[in-house]
Write a protein of this length. Structure first.
Length: 158
């Protein structure tokens, strides 16, 4: 009965990990390599991309937390899922609005004062990647189990 929940947790965390890697660490940097794309346009596309992705992350957060609470209430799973969710909340409520203000200023032709907000955002994204990779690894290990556990599962099924 517990194995389907563990598999669901693994799938949700792996999908979120892949999306986060693709959006934040592949597609976003790649758009700034396109010399034909003016900076204000690239920033505007990024602002909309992260607004949409934030909503997707909220959905994934809710589904992951619900699945963890239903299927694997161990402290590592719950705490790491909670860390990822807290990072999404901090980004959505505090960090993204500040970054959006800066993007708005740049699009309007202003030059905002130097800031470390972008570096902080990258750190948050890296922390989410680490948290999600931990969940994926823990669930994969639990699903793989030891040979004695697999053998006892077969015996119990007979």
């Amino acid at each position: 009965m517990k194995r389907p929940w563990l598999a669901a947790i693994l799938i949700i965390a792996a999908v979120w990990f892949g999306m986060l890697l693709g959006v934040s660490f592949l597609a976003t940097p790649a758009k700034f390599l396109a010399l034909s794309l003016p900076l204000p346009v690239a920033l505007d596309v990024g602002r909309h991309t992260f607004a949409v992705f934030s909503k997707v992350e909220w959905l994934l957060s809710a589904v992951l937390l619900g699945t963890v609470l239903a299927g694997d209430r161990t402290w590592p799973s719950v705490s790491v899922a909670a860390v990822a969710i807290l990072l999404v909340a901090a980004e959505t409520i505090w960090l993204l609005p500040l970054l959006d203000q800066r993007v708005g200023m740049i699009i309007a032709g202003e030059r905002p004062a130097p800031s470390n907000l972008h570096n902080l955002y990258i750190a948050f994204e890296l922390a989410k990647l680490l948290a999600l990779s931990f969940v994926v690894l823990v669930m994969a290990r639990k699903l793989a189990g030891s040979p004695s556990n697999l053998h006892s599962d077969e015996s119990a099924a007979r």
